[in-house]
Design a protein around this ligand. Structure first.
Ligand code: FES
Length: 156
């Protein structure tokens, strides 16, 4: 996954597309993520200015939702589901394993890799689930996790 450089013009177009209405902030942020892959500080400033909100208001919304990452993603993004069904099937143990083999904590990013939680991938029947570069995998144990990550590494 490669973050697109931030563009004030593109951001303005997104904001205008939602009528520059402050109550549409969450939808705008989703679109920012869809387009840029992250929410830089510059975006928070621009949203606050154009929506007539304080930066603290925008920061508050950004930090409330796990989907709104504030650092650029690595080339590969691994998401481990932390919602109820996956928790019941051992996702916490999977997180420990992932952090140990990848050498990074959840919410951390390097140029190569981002490791982050996600809250339900719609694959609850096959818990625990993960998403790697947009593809969903279910019934993940330590061995399957290692295999999937190793297979993906060969692509890069
Ligand atoms: S709870 Fe993990 S996929 Fe739904």
């Amino acid at each position: 996954m490669t973050a697109i450089p931030y563009s004030k013009d593109v951001a303005s177009t997104i904001i205008a597309g939602h009528g520059a209405r402050p109550e549409m902030l969450v939808q705008m942020l989703h679109e920012f993520i869809h387009h840029f892959e992250w929410i830089p500080e510059e975006a928070i400033r621009q949203l606050a200015d154009e929506l007539n909100l304080s930066r603290a208001d925008v920061h508050g919304v950004v930090s409330f939702y796990h989907d709104f990452r504030t650092t650029p993603p690595g080339k590969r993004v691994i998401r481990i589901c932390q919602a109820e069904a996956c928790q019941a099937m051992g996702s916490a143990e999977l997180v420990n394993h992932a952090e140990s083999v990848l050498g990074m904590k959840m919410h951390e990013s390097s140029e190569e890799l981002t490791l982050e939680p996600v809250y339900c991938l719609g694959n609850c029947a096959c818990s625990p689930s993960i998403m790697v570069d947009g593809d969903i995998f279910g019934r993940i144990d330590r061995q399957r996790f290692d295999e999937i990550v190793a297979r993906r590494e060969q692509r890069y």
